[in-house]
Design a binder for this molecule. Sequence first.
Ligand SMILES: Nc1nc2c(ncn2[C@@H]2O[C@H](COP(=O)(O)OP(=O)(O)OP(=O)(O)O)[C@@H](O)[C@H]2O)c(=O)[nH]1
Ligand SMILES: [Mg+2]
Length: 308
Amino acid sequence: MESFLKIVISGLDNAGKTSILTALDKKYDFQKDIVQLKPTIRVEYHKMNFLKNNSIFWDMGGQTSYREVYMQYQDVYFDATDLLIYVIDIQDPERFENSLEYLDAILTFFTESKMDVPVIIAFHKFDPDLRGNEEILQNINELRTKLLDKYPNFKILFQQTSIFDIISIVQLVSYGLSVFDEKFFELSELLEGYIEEFENQALLVFDRNGIIISEYYSDIDSEVYVELLDSIKEHLFLLKRLEEETTYEYDHDLDNVDHVLFSYLHRLKIGSELFFISAVTKKERKEKLLTLFPEFLEDLTQILKELI
Ligand SMILES: Nc1nc2c(ncn2[C@@H]2O[C@H](COP(=O)(O)OP(=O)(O)OP(=O)(O)O)[C@@H](O)[C@H]2O)c(=O)[nH]1
Ligand SMILES: [Mg+2]
């Protein structure tokens, strides 16, 4: 029987939970959909597949009346939770206390039920224009310290997120996956190491459906990211159809970058599983990339083998 991971995404109303899931569903061109979101009624389910991990996200509508229902029937809603993603609207300090109380009720239930659930706290709506904001940074720090002090027995990770910074949302998922399988963590570390060696702009690993399993970027901004990803996906589906080719080279002529980026897209078959690897670099580093690429593929294959 197929097994599913239950990922509960919780927090007060208006925190941005559904927006985060919508952003994940459509990794680009999602802003339109998010503007039109309505408050979630009770619970919405989103299914997502990452290799052997089939995940169901329980998007728990955060309005007071629903929260009361969840608290009254805690075992119905929170039983068998594999991961809790708790979203705090960092732009709404007046409701921090309220939010911490709700989190406490959930964690108390886990403790009483002897459930060992990892928790990821998303400090959300940390929009790009707020990055240097001292007050917000201080608030985040205080919340973090408070939570770590109060819940020493929980494994808690923190991530600052914003729907205007899609990389931060993706990072949230990578974090989530690394909780379930150390290998995802290793994968991310491998990419980080090689991106330095290649002096690359981006390294991405996709599964057969074009879902990103892991990725790493050196300094790249959100707008470029969206455009780059668009361009990669287009070529990826082309490569998927060209059964006899395993690699594909092309240029990205992006609006937002003053130089042309070169991309090397590779199809990798491991057992019956199919992966795509994209390496993006500046033109002048192409030779270096091509020289080191086989070694990288070998290391990558070792890790991917253990993930399938
Ligand atoms: N500035 C900013 N606004 C955001 C962000 N994420 C979501 N929002 C906005 O916050 C509002 C609420 O977002 P939702 O995703 O519906 O919130 P929710 O947590 O699902 O709310 P409930 O379903 O009622 O529990 C919407 O107007 C979003 O556009 C963000 O990262 N930055
Ligand atoms: Mg919602």
